[in-house]
Design a protein around this ligand. Sequence first.
Ligand SMILES: Cc1ncc(COP(=O)(O)O)c(C=O)c1O
Length: 386
Amino acid sequence: MSIEFSERLQQLPPYLFVEIDKAKRAAIAEGRDVINLGVGDPDQPTHPHIIEAMKKALDDGNNHHYAFDAGLPALRKEISAWFKNRFNVDLNSDNEIYPLIGSKEGLAHLPLGIINPKDKVLLTDPAYPAYRPTIQFAGGKIANIPLKASGDFLPDIKKLESVTGAKAIVINYPNNPTAATATKEFYTDLVRICREKNIIIISDMAYSEVYFDGQKPISILEIEGAKDIAIEFHSFSKTYYMTGWRIGWACGNPTLIAALAKVKTNYDSGIFQAIQVAAITALKTDPRIIEDMRTVYQERRDLFINGLRSIGWKITPPKATFYVWAKIPKNFSNSMEAAKTFLEKADIVATPGNGFGEAGEGYIRMTLTVSKERLNEAIERLKKVI
Ligand SMILES: Cc1ncc(COP(=O)(O)O)c(C=O)c1O
């Protein structure tokens, strides 16, 4: 019998990073000293008090069973308190908050609950690659909205004014890969347009706490009327160094939350309860640990950007996230060529911008998730290839 992937899977575009992944694995297997600036995963371990809370929760047999789909009421209440404290937005913990097995899981399942075949979904280009396939799995047709440096990597409001027939728009600020943040003016215009045109706003705020120079990103739910049309996704992953734990939440419009909840009921059986208990501890933590996390990345950002400047590569410093989104140096003709050369000649892994969409061509993404020593070493090596 010959087994074929479903048409759904076959319609996905080829994976762009195959070659670079192969070269990376080969370099590591050869024992080369590879500096990985490709991963969006903090290098620090989870804070000890969160691990302690998890250990205690593991010993409690009550946590060993199927969890409630909607998560522990205590977790939803704590999320509500955290949100009020951070964004001054009131969320009803009964129907406006839904814990997730990581924000990616929720982002992936939501389209199945709200998108019908052939519905038009607006998606920024470049974008975090996880959005596209799940919209396509739901049968949605993607219309790209280019993000340009000249527009601060925000969708052009004038173009959005003239959009017709769209069901939803996906936005992500602070943004992966461009590291841009959204302004209150942009969100206000977006909410107005989407309310007029009946467009659902799906906002991904996984990097809400990774920001620099005291410039706190705002939530779209702070905008008046946003809760009529918007759902926002949040994550413990980057804020508390908990990427592997798999926990996040969706919040906002209760009907959108209900749609996501109904899909999830058919796919999973909740989040391991011990992880939920540890997540409550995380949310209650003194916010100074989050400040410390920002200081770590801000110091690395300044060192890396200044170091690259000193070797002739001038890059706009990121305002948020731990990504550096840089125009490729002039001696390269495209993103892939730059990424390949970095790996082959400098043992540095970086992500070619075209992997995030066509508009990412001409850029390369490097992460600040390695130590200052390694960033210094990376600058030394890059000196020889740019
Ligand atoms: C923009 C963006 N959204 C969501 C996620 C997923 O985060 P989580 O660990 O909560 O699933 C990531 C992970 O890198 C991301 O970059």
